[in-house]
Ligand binder design. Sequence first.
Ligand code: ZN
Ligand code: ZN
Ligand code: ZN
Length: 375
Amino acid sequence: MTGTAPATFTADDYRARMERAARAAAEAGLAGLLVAPGPDLVWLTGYAPTAVTERLTLLVLTPGRTPVLVVPALEAPDAARAPGATALTPHEWTDGADPYAVTAALLDGTGRFGISDDTWAMHLLGLQRTLPGTSYACLTDALPMLRAVKDTAERELLAAAGAAADQAFEEIRKVPFAGRRESEIGAALAELLLRFGHSRVDFTIVGSGPNGADPHHEVGDRVIGLGDMVVLDFGGLKDGYGSDTTRTVHVGEPTEEERRVHDVVREAQEAGFRAVHPGATCQDVDRAARAVIADAGYGEYFIHRTGHGIGVTTHEPPYLVEGEEQPLVPGMCFSIEPGIYLPGRFGVRIEDIVTVTGDGARRLNDTTREMVIVE
Ligand code: ZN
Ligand code: ZN
Ligand code: ZN
């Protein structure tokens, strides 16, 4: 996975992030962090190779030492243009060399390292073979909150991505739904996200009628008809930061039951939002939203966690789920997205991205949470 690094951040910003990551690694008892191309590398250095190949590229962060980027010689000029390049030392290797031996020379041969989740297995196995005394932990397991607290510039980028997704919703609600396939509405949503400044569309879920009761449904060939509830969940990356919002619309006049279910989800989403303040935990937010749905008698139909973090990816820690006792900290950004899914009938989900403030929370999505009636 690659992403476009936002131009907003300077080499000093990336230097500070790398220093913070190395410090956090030391505090967690790790000898260092190893980061392959992917969202962690984008966040730490601004570097996203255009193609991720079998040639090893690996950022080595060791507490108290200058960061080193192990990089294939032919990729080095590209890496040198990354905004964080001046904050690290490139360590080139050429075809024919053993990149694991090259990396091993930089590492404590008996250390335990955090390694980015999306590092290819062949690279991790190569390192283990070369340095049998080392051990490894998934970066997300070792330092789950490393990217979770967003600075001011990051929050502004997330707010701008959210505003662009909101613009896409304001346009899609005007188009006729009845008689069109889910896939057509999905394509229109993707086009709108790009028109409003996204560089990448990650998903456009259009779940009409019974398809809305399957939270994993993306788009299908089903023709949307009068009387359908339609779950619209869409997002992607704009200037390197994510959007993700859900609104559930209805084609024509809804039934009383459809209104009631939508009201319950809206109240659950509001309760989740009100539960967000510094010092509350992730599971508190899940419990607050879930209690509203359970009290209304639909508890068994809310079949997923309440939310997930968002940043340089559209899904990342923190996760708002029972058992997650991580306290909320100002600057964290995540979704609140309760839903009710009635199998074979319809589903309703409402999702906003919110950010934790000094005394509560602020929404980064602001289209109406009332049920929108479409044609
Ligand atoms: Zn209906
Ligand atoms: Zn979503
Ligand atoms: Zn989401």
